[in-house]
Design a protein around this ligand. Sequence first.
Ligand code: FMN
Length: 335
Amino acid sequence: MFDRKSVRISPSTPWFADVRTVLSPMSGVTDRAFRDICRDYGAGLSFCEFTAAKGLTYNSERTWQLIDSEGERAPVGVQIFGNEPEFMGGAARMMRNTRLDVLDINFGCPAKKVVKKCGGSALLADVPLLIEVTKAVIAESPVPVSAKIRTGWDEDSVNYREVGLALQDLGCIWVTIHGRTRQQKFSGQADRDRIADFVEILDIPVIGNGDVVDGESYADMVRHTRCHAVMVGRGAIGNPWIFKQMDAVDGMGEYEPPAMMEILDLARRHIEEDCRYRGERTGANVVRKHVARYFRSFPGAAAIRRKLFDTEDGAEMLVALREIREEAITRGSLS
Ligand SMILES: Cc1cc2nc3c(=O)[nH]c(=O)nc-3n(C[C@H](O)[C@H](O)[C@H](O)COP(=O)(O)O)c2cc1C
């Protein structure tokens, strides 16, 4: 239904031809439990949280846990960051025993702690180094390599064209572009004209990213930019059914906003899985921000939120959830 640009799909990733929606890598958010949930709602590809190449090569257990994708159903992507080609290549080489379909290089992260170490978006300001890093990763990676960029470091150095063409020449199978500069961080609007221009100049697929929060903004992104696929970050937090909503826009299935019962079941699953993967306390801390948002459009959302935040661990959250269910039954808002 959309006039998407026809692109060169790499023979190494034929499955990507049908991928239209992607769960973005989000630090502290896109853990195993959340990836599985988004996939069940239709995400065509899900990314793990980004990981420091140095942490991986030093065999930091915590870092490796971030990309624990053992047994995960395809397709799943791992993302690494760093500015030293030898560590980036070394981390790529270590992916041999990991379950992943694509290895992504982060050239977009604006976070101070990442940029200070000259990783993430800092490399947009040092294209020769960005090229060296990409070459090292591609040379060592056991799976195809993609990259994620911003439009540039700041308004005076917008260089997505130069960077994108270089990444394409080096052999990246696609590039994701978040339509903001590093300086903008998350302010303003993602620039769809620049994403459209990026789509136009590359032969490989482009994943458009920025400010997609529902079916309408998805349709607008695809119509405006003709991008092959759309990556969703913040719009999926507490709202994984956005993937179903986007599929419906593409003519695949129907979308109905989830009823209270479905959300209660989903919340229970999310709490149980996060606690299983991360342990009771950490799991509860991570899952709380999702679950509280699940209920945002229901009557009594603020009280539900307070109740969930007033818990110490997963077991207490499940008790709170049962009470929320009973209150909803009493109020008659479950049917
Ligand atoms: C909490 C949070 C964590 C993020 N972590 C990452 C990350 O690990 N790697 C990355 O490439 N981008 C990361 N991002 C940026 C998103 O992937 C995405 O590019 C950005 O949020 C814009 O898309 P959106 O408007 O759909 O959220 C993060 C964003 C948020 C809000």
